[in-house]
Write a protein that binds this ligand. Structure first.
Ligand code: 3PG
Length: 404
């Protein structure tokens, strides 16, 4: 059987880098979206008769094994989704991995233990990374890069291994790049971007870039309190990045000059403590410029939800990254639901709606939305943001540059 870019892979050992970095509660997977998105490429290789060796990371262990970051539950879930047995190696390139790979018959799959249990994976030292990539490459005859969520990382299993094996871009990466390109090259207008999530500092590059491209920028989530403070409002105990106040002020000024509309919430839902298991939430809606000193904002308010939806009413292209509030707690999920609902409206009217970022993708599924109601749900968090910032993604360029 053929795999695009690799030719006949029947009987060949193919190393696939997937992004299986899913949220876990203990050992139970709370959102398996990234695993499901990884299935088509793996299934295609299985059907082509390849011996499939899957490598991936989970969380951010510091180069040594940690039980809570084991990929074992993820391998089990992958097996269920594929409908076949999936072997699991208890190390990444050691004895267990070598034996498991040697045992593979054509069309069988093994998942290697968390690649970040090895210091070489994320090392900044190219030689150390390269030595680890040599060990990974020794397990396979070819490489398929399919972990879109990690293509912005210059890491051994994403980057260096592609320099060492015949390689191809996986179907998931190809699809993601295709959709994101439509957001950057001549997007249909109006083009509206919705940003949320906890930190402004994670979104600086993308805001910078989009101020010149989008028609409207809607901001919610934890990061909005730094903007509200930058406008001169008190934000009580809300999340605040003091060191980003000047940056936010500059963005607000630039938006004004360039005619880009920045929409901030006019009301917010507050409580006196962050939601936790041992007390019932006591949500209150207050105007965004009157947040009490003893309260913190946990969602955009109902009027803002309606405003944001109205701002999306005539949108032809939408990119949304980051939840509007602490959506995991029902009392603080309405803002995120309102935005998700508005995006489904954009899709229904024939526009392109893209949900990007692990958290917002998990949010739309957790809130019960049908995935088909969106134009595209990206598996990338940082990777999609960096693509939209116009940054070079090492995991993509290496596929184009390295000798195959
Ligand atoms: C993600 O969750 O965005 C990807 O899996 C990358 O993970 P990382 O930010 O730990 O590199």
């Amino acid at each position: 059987g053929e795999y695009a870019g690799l030719g006949d892979v029947q009987g060949k050992r193919v190393l696939v880098r997937s992004d299986l970095n899913v949220p876990l509660d203990g050992t139970s997977i709370t959102d398996d979206g990234r695993i499901r998105a990884s299935v088509p490429t793996i299934r295609t290789l299985v059907e082509a008769g390849a011996r499939v060796v899957v490598t991936a990371h989970l969380g951010r262990p510091k180069g040594a094994p940690e039980d809570r970051y084991s990929l074992a539950p993820v391998a089990a879930r992958l097996g269920e989704l594929l409908g076949t047995d999936v072997a699991f190696a208890t190390d990444t390139v050691g004895e267990s991995a070598r034996a498991a790979v040697a045992d593979l018959a054509d069309g069988q799959v093994v998942v290697l233990e968390n690649v970040r249990f090895n210091p070489g994976e994320t090392s900044k030292d190219a030689a150390e990374r390269g030595a680890f990539a040599d060990e990974l490459a020794a397990l396979a005859d070819a490489f398929v890069s399919d972990g879109f969520g990690v293509v912005h990382r210059k890491q051994a299993s994403v980057y260096d291994v592609a320099e060492r094996l015949p390689h191809a871009m996986g179907g998931l990466v190809a699809t993601e790049i295709d959709v994101l390109r439509r957001l950057t090259v001549d997007p249909e207008r109006p083009y509206v971007v919705v940003l949320g999530g906890s930190k402004v500092s994670d979104k600086l590059g993308v805001i910078d870039n989009l101020l010149g491209k989008a028609d409207k920028l809607l901001i919610g989530g934890g990061m909005v309190f730094t903007f509200l403070k930058a406008q001169g409002h008190e934000v009580g105990k809300s999340l605040l990045e003091e060191d980003q106040l000047d940056v936010c002020r500059a963005y607000l000024a630039r938006a004004e000059e360039s005619g880009v509309q920045i929409l901030l919430p006019g009301d917010v839902v507050v409580d006196t403590a962050f939601p936790s298991g041992d007390r019932n939430p006591e949500p209150r809606v207050v105007p965004a410029d009157q947040i009490p000193a003893d309260a913190l904002g946990l969602d955009i308010g109902p009027a803002s939800g309606a405003d944001f939806a109205a701002a999306l009413d005539d949108a032809r292209t939408v990119f949304w990254n980051g939840p509007m509030g602490v959506f995991e707690t029902p009392e603080f999920s309405d803002g995120t639901r309102a935005v998700a609902e508005a995006l489904t409206g954009v899709t229904a009217r024939g526009g392109l709606s893209v949900v990007g970022g692990g958290d917002s993708a998990a949010a739309v599924r957790a809130l019960g939305f049908d995935e088909d109601a969106f134009g595209h749900i990206s598996t990338g968090g940082g990777a999609s943001l960096e693509y939209l910032e116009g940054k070079e993604l090492p995991g993509i360029t290496v596929l184009e540059d390295a000798q195959s």
